[in-house]
Design a protein around this ligand. Structure first.
Ligand SMILES: Cc1cc2nc3c(=O)[nH]c(=O)nc-3n(C[C@H](O)[C@H](O)[C@H](O)COP(=O)(O)OP(=O)(O)OC[C@H]3O[C@@H](n4cnc5c(N)ncnc54)[C@H](O)[C@@H]3O)c2cc1C
Length: 418
């Protein structure tokens, strides 16, 4: 597949590039857990929507552009090249909640939730993992009991990213414990503002409290919010995970490809490429990045619009995680960035977007983040450029206060379908 073929695609790329040059926010995404983080992401998402750049491959009926997945890829590439912020608190909504609703939701659910995602109004979170059900998702125990027109949910979830900012959650619960490990589960749209929900942030090593424990205590959610059907949750969850590992993860992969290109260019500009060891290291990285890019194109050419891809997405995800283009590339970065004036500085490894700009799963993995950040002196990024650093230590109590503030924002949420 030739990305540059055809005047229409070239024109689309040019149009995207021009819009991004003019529109990418100049200020950095706030490094905080307070409401200003959500406000920043909302503003950026709304800008994209108003500019006609939200949901490029989503149906026009839901406010998308109805264009091809190839154009979606071009948009992601340009987004990354422009150093634009990522989806942030909208990561789950775009990467897998939205695609799950498109593939499995009812017409009514699609009409209600999808436009709100595109307009940057309703962040989502993912409530799959539990303390005893991480890799082994089929071990989940969070209960859902049908009672009249409601599902009554009781249990605990863990690692729920951005739960404190989300209006809705894709929640997987066990509705029939007798139906076997993969049976008797239900995928339900949880209104995260309902009474009985307690969100407790977990402080991470890098000072970000965005992975949360969430406790559900007799939370009544309307049965109208069930996606698929009561008992069909495992199949719906497989669609969610396929989207998460497939198209929903394209931007992260493309960000890595662009990052490797930049690293190679930097080594070339600084003469480091003449060093055989650096050359070999970067060549290996570059080859893995090229493979990632090819896989992205393959996936796009094999995906039927409106459908979620199959289990092959797991292979791509595994390649990404294991390949040197996907893992921390600290040694190559250190070699390539050992430029005059920064030899004694440990190079900070950027996240998949190079500056924490991509994806809800990499909050704050910026050049200035990570252990050691906030030592009260300027720190250098991988190019050796000075990067401003903010102290990244937030007390748990402080984080919880911020969560309460975020949740007190007026006019948020809603109760199931209108
Ligand atoms: C940054 C981040 C954000 C996340 N956000 C979310 C979120 O928003 N919502 C959500 O639901 N989840 C989220 N998760 C959870 C994630 O998707 C996994 O479910 C979870 O990390 C795995 O569970 P665990 O941590 O309990 O590890 P475990 O399942 O206990 O696994 C620990 C180790 O044992 C290995 N292992 C486990 N079982 C086997 C086996 N049978 N054979 C061989 N090896 C095995 C694993 O590979 C791993 O190395 C997030 C995780 C991370 C890191």
């Amino acid at each position: 597949m030739d990305m540059e073929q055809g005047a229409e695609l070239t024109e689309f790329r040019e149009e995207a590039r021009t819009w991004l040059q003019e529109s990418v926010p100049r200020q950095a995404r706030p490094r905080t857990s307070g409401p200003e983080l959500r406000a920043f992401d909302e503003h950026w998402q709304r800008l994209q929507y108003d500019g006609g750049w939200a949901g490029i491959a989503w149906d026009r009926a839901y406010g998308g552009r109805g264009l091809s997945l190839l154009q979606q890829i071009i948009w992601y590439e340009e987004l990354v090249r422009a150093g634009a912020p990522g989806a942030g608190v909208f990561g789950v909504a775009f990467a897998h909640a939205g695609p799950t609703l498109i593939a499995r939701g009812s017409e009514r659910q699609q009409q209600y939730y999808l436009p709100r995602i595109l307009r940057g109004e309703t962040p989502w979170s993912q409530g799959f993992s539990e303390p005893e059900a991480g890799s082994d998702l089929a071990a989940l125990r969070c209960r859902g009991v049908v009672d009249g027109d409601d599902l009554v949910v009781t249990g605990a979830k863990i690692w729920t990213t951005y739960a404190e900012h989300s209006d809705y959650g894709e929640l997987l619960v066990r509705t029939d414990p007798a139906a076997g490990r993969h049976g008797g589960m239900t995928w339900v749209i949880m209104d995260m503002h309902l009474p009985g929900i307690d969100i407790r942030p977990i402080m991470s090593m890098d000072g970000w409290p965005h992975n949360c424990e969430v406790f559900y205590d007799d939370v009544r959610v309307p049965l109208a919010n069930v996606v698929g059907g009561v008992g069909d949750g495992w199949a719906v969850a497989m669609s969610t995970l396929a989207a998460e590992r497939g198209p929903g993860f394209l931007d992260v992969r493309l960000a890595r490809v662009v990052f490797v290109d930049e690293l190679v260019q930097h080594a070339r500009d600084t003469g480091k490429l003449a060093d055989e060891a650096v050359y070999a290291e970067l060549a290996e990285l570059r080859a893995a990045a090229a493979a990632l890019r090819s896989m992205a194109y393959y996936q796009v050419s094999a995906t039927v619009p409106g459908q979620v891809p199959g289990p092959e997405t797991t292979a791509v995800r595994t390649f990404f995680s294991r390949s040197r283009a996907g893992r921390s590339t600290s040694s190559a970065i250190s070699s390539a960035s050992a430029c005059s004036g920064c030899r004694d500085e440990p190079a900070a490894v950027p996240g998949p977007g190079g500056d924490g700009r991509r994806g809800a799963y990499v909050p704050g993995r910026g050049a200035a983040a990570g252990p050691g950040a906030g030592a009260g002196r300027p720190r250098r990024d991988w190019r050796g450029h000075l990067a401003p650093v903010r102290r990244a230590r937030l007390a748990r109590a402080g984080a919880e206060r911020a969560v309460r503030r975020a949740r007190r924002r007026p006019g948020r949420g809603g109760h199931g379908l209108p």
